[in-house]
Write a protein that binds this ligand. Structure first.
Ligand code: PLP
Ligand code: COI
Length: 359
């Protein structure tokens, strides 16, 4: 893919950038440039460009604003202590975007083009990738997204589509850093049914999660847990994270895929925990098994995982009329978190070949 680059005339100055990178939070500050490429049936993907970051013009009739034909990805770029910059399994995000886009009737962006777009943008904005000289785990969050930009109110797959990439320096996703999050079990709302879009990374799934997330906040919880839509019995995932359960014999269970997002952190943990000597099973996991297991002590740890949240211990689970205590431990959770972050930040050998050098 041929990319033209127009550099920002007034990039963020060093003092302001240092201030942002010292405490980036999550998703509030954006780097100086963005990537854009457009698609039409006649021309395919064309006009790939890196330009100064800024608002875009969209026709009020653009289909995405009405029918939510959209997909997105979430990944990070990490600065190692030697100054080099790396991404983590970017081809997995690229392939997942192909699967999501297929579900949303959007065109295929070839994985090589996806990885090139991310790589070139991070190169241009490399000073925005925070380092971690005093420990910590800051990174540059990368958000590729594709949307129906055609001006047309008929309901059919759009014939003008835009793919963009923006980046944003990131620290801890949850305010207060890594500590157990409390979860709200929604028994009223579900996020995905059979044949639905649960496995796709598309804005609509997040829109549909918000009312349940609001309920979670109203009940003093950080995140919401969704159950399967058919029986309301099996744990699926959180609004923005996959789930793991650790048993007292060291074995680990994670809900099987189908209606959940196939998390790249989730699949990496299956391999990492396996290497650490734990038996990991992907299967249906009942909500009663969670409640009973934590009460009896059979389940010793529960954790959530995703690009933004990395690996986050889960504390108590609340629902309308009840609550489990927090699981007994966070020990293995924190060791898995450390093992993953060490690979991402270049502090441990990349034995799985997950890291992709950008600079
Ligand atoms: N589940 C949902 C609904 C998510 O939004 C995310 C975040 O991307 C995940 C799971 C975890 O996926 P990944 O590990 O690829 O970031
Ligand atoms: C991610 O982890 O990348 C996500 O997209 C989830 C969202 C909660 C930020």
């Amino acid at each position: 893919m041929e990319i033209t680059t127009t550099l920002a005339a007034n990039p963020t100055d060093d003092a302001r950038l240092a201030e942002i990178l010292s405490n980036p939070g999550f998703g509030t500050n954006f780097s100086d440039h963005m990537f854009t490429v457009e698609w039409t049936p006649a021309d395919g993907w064309h006009k790939a460009r890196i330009t100064p970051y800024g608002p875009i013009t969209l026709d009020p009739a653009a289909a995405v604003l009405h029918y939510a034909q959209e997909t997105f990805e979430g990944m990070k770029a990490y600065r190692h202590d030697d100054g080099s910059i790396w991404s983590f399994r970017p081809e997995e995000n690229a392939k997942r975007m192909v699967r999501s886009s297929h579900r949303l009737a959007l065109p295929v962006l070839e994985p090589d083009d996806f990885v090139q777009a991310v790589t070139e943008l991070v190169k241009v904005d490399q000073r925005w990738v925070p380092g971690n000289p005093e420990g910590g785990e800051k990174s540059l969050y990368v958000r590729p997204f594709m949307f129906a930009s055609e001006k047309f109110l008929g309901v059919r797959p759009a014939e003008h589509v835009t793919f963009m990439v923006i980046t944003s320096p990131a620290g801890a996703y949850f305010k207060g850093g890594v500590k157990p999050v409390t979860l709200w079990l929604t028994e009223e709302y579900t996020r995905a049914g059979r044949g639905g879009m649960g496995a796709a990374k598309t804005g609509g799934n997040y829109a549909s999660s918000l009312v349940a997330q609001q309920e979670a906040y109203a009940n003093g919880c950080d995140q919401v847990v969704f159950l399967d839509a058919q029986e309301g019995r099996y744990v699926e995932e959180l609004g923005g994270m996959n789930m793991y359960f650790v048993f007292d014999d060291g074995s680990i269970v994670t809900p099987e895929t189908g209606t959940i997002l196939e998390g790249i952190t989730r699949s990496s943990i299956i391999e990492l925990a396996g290497k650490m000597g734990h038996h990991v099973t992907e299967r249906k996991f009942g909500i009663d098994e969670w409640r009973d297991g934590v009460s009896s002590g059979r389940i010793t740890e529960v954790f959530a995982c995703g690009t933004a949240a990395v690996v986050t211990p889960v504390g108590s689970l609340k629902w309308d009329g009840g609550e489990t205590p927090a699981p007994a431990s966070t020990d293995l959770t924190m060791r898995i978190r450390q093992a993953l972050v060490d690979v991402q930040l270049g502090r441990a050998d990349d034995t799985f070949g997950w890291m992709h050098r950008i600079v």
